[in-house]
Each structure stands twice: as structure tokens, then as C-alpha cells.
Design a protein around this ligand. Sequence first.
Ligand code: HEC
Ligand code: HEC
Length: 297
Amino acid sequence: MLDEPIKPLPSVKSLNLDERKVRLGERMFMDPRLSRDGTVACVSCHQPGKGGADGAARSTGIRQQLGGINAPSVFNAALHFKQFWDGRADGLLEQMDGVVHNPKEFDHTWPEIVTKLGNDTGLVNDFKAVYPAGLQATTIRDAIATYERSLLTPSRFDRYLLGEPNAISADEKKGYQLFKQYGCVACHQGVAVGGNMFQKFGVFNNYFGQRGNPTAADLGRYNVTKLETDKYVFKVPSLRNVELTAPYFHDGSVTTLDKAVDVMFLNQLGRPAPAEDKQLIVQFLRSLTGEKLETRP
Ligand code: HEC
Ligand code: HEC
């Protein structure tokens, strides 16, 4: 394996997930009964065909309510050190409770969900067959989290890291060198190419002043810690499948990857992007797109 600041994804097999739990979790992920009025499921905002996100600047929850922030991908999210843009959830279980209780997302409670699903004898039996405790909030959460852990998207770049020199093109290799040389890798790194630290958005530039229309979500990590130094600080997003997850940034303000890289150069590196280098970096970023969605343990 190459010794690089970006690490290859583990294989789903190596995680030893229980395939039956993955399947149950997948069913629950697709099930709109988790929302109070039965109209929204996890998959509504995290669609496999849209890179695990929803293609909208802001997501629509139950009763057609618009959320306050862009939906990130659920793919590879289990690898992040914290969940949500502001890192307010430590792990997948806490993250899920956030969705269930959010009045703009599921607007529901676990006891009511368990009562509702308890009328579905088929589902109750299927849970009993896999979990001795049967259908409960804890087992539904465990099944969904197990499914989420299986959502890994190995890419051509992973094959390159694992020792296949021709898995990426010469230009993609150049783009990767530039990604390291310019310092993108100082923030976007590790197995998820992001998702392992908090950083300020607008290190060298007042991004928010230039964009206008401030929102509560712009305050980022400050909303969790109330520390002045955490204003405009966000979890560095994963760049895996970034080709598929436009629009970009927590505010969904940028529609093309090309423009998103421009914004990063100006705000995070304090310089404009040389056109040719930017093109090569974008090509490298496309090599991070999953070749397949690996969900079978
Ligand atoms: C109405 C749209 C919507 C629904 C439904 C929804 N999500 Fe999300 N999801 C989002 C948004 C928006 C965020 C980002 C919120 C934030 O950071 O404050 C998010 C964040 C996440 C994250 C964190 C990813 C990261 O990079 O931090 C995970 C994991 C996730 N959702 C999984 C789920 C699961 C599991 C369900 C079902 C139980 C679900 N989502 C239902 C919109 C949705
Ligand atoms: C100082 C840390 C830092 C550096 C350096 C940095 N980024 Fe980022 N990047 C971030 C943060 C933080 C965000 C999330 C900003 C937000 O939406 O609030 C982000 C977001 C992005 C996004 C949008 C992802 C999405 O899903 O919305 C892309 C693309 C990106 N960066 C690429 C790059 C590239 C290419 C470089 C180098 C030219 C780079 N970044 C340098 C911290 C950094």
C-alpha cells in the first residue's frame, strides 16, 4: 500500500458486519413510516443515485418544510469522527435520533415508531429472527447504523493507493500532486478525504460577508460550543463522490465542482486558482467517485 495522507477504504468484508442486520437496516432506511405522517424516509434525502445526498441546496422534510442546511452524503459517513456539519452528534446513533426528533425531518419519537411498526407482523418476525430482543428502538437504530457502516464506495483512487499504478490517469496523478502541494490535503485527508477535523470556512477571506444573507447554520461549530473561536467552523467534508453531490458547501451555494475549488483556493488558501492546476485537481477529485456501492458484507 502507498504511504499517502489519503488512505484506502477498508473492504466491507473486513468489517465483519452481520448481513441480516445490513438488510434489515436497508429496509428501515427506505421506510417512510419512520416519519410522523409517513411521507419521508432516510432515502428521501440520501439517494443512492445522487451520491448519497439529494441534489438540493436544502432538503425538504415532512409537511414540505425546508431545512436550514445542505444534506451531506450518507456514503462513507460512518468513517467520520463526528456527524453533521457542526459535529454535534458523536456517532451514527446520536445522529439518527436527531433526524427522528427534528420537527422539520421526521418529527417523531421512538416509542411511537415502535408502536406503529409493531402492527406489521412480518417486520416484527423478521426482527425477532435477527435480534433476540425483537423490534425495539435500539434494534432499529442498530440495524440502520449497521447498514450505514456498509455504505462504502471504493474508487479508482483506492485501487491506485492499493498498488495499481494505472488505475488513475497521468492527469489525475498530477492533480493529486497539486492537491498535496497547494495544501488541500492539510484539511481533506485520511480514509474519507475529510471528516476527521474541524476547520474555519474563510481562513483568508470573509466568505460570509461576500455571500450575504447570514443564517444560523453559518455559525457552524459555534452553535454547539458557544465559543467565539468556533464561529464559521465546520467539519471538513469528505470529498469522496464529490463529483455527484452538487450543490456544494453547507449552504448549497455553489453548483459546480469547478467553482467550489475556486472558492476553496480563495477562502482556504488565500490565492486565486491557476486555471490549469484547478482543472487537474478537479480531475483528481473525480477519481474519488465510487466505482460501485459496496453494501454486501
Ligand atoms: C429531510 C431530509 C433528511 C432526512 C429525511 C434524513 N437526512 Fe440525514 N441529513 C440531512 C441533512 C440536511 C443533514 C445535515 C444536517 C446538519 O449537518 O446539521 C444530514 C446529515 C446526515 C448524516 C451526517 C453526515 C455527515 O457528513 O455529517 C448522516 C449519517 C445521515 N444524515 C443519515 C441519515 C439517516 C440514517 C436518516 C434516516 C434515519 C436520515 N439521514 C434522514 C437530511 C436528511
Ligand atoms: C483550511 C482547511 C481547508 C483547506 C486547506 C481546503 N479545504 Fe476544502 N473545505 C474545508 C471546509 C471547512 C469545507 C466546508 C465549508 C462549508 O461548506 O462550510 C470545505 C469544502 C470543500 C468542498 C465542498 C465539499 C462539499 O461536499 O460541499 C470542496 C470540493 C473542497 N473543499 C475542495 C478543496 C480543495 C480542492 C482544496 C485545495 C485547493 C481545499 N478544499 C482546501 C476546509 C479546507
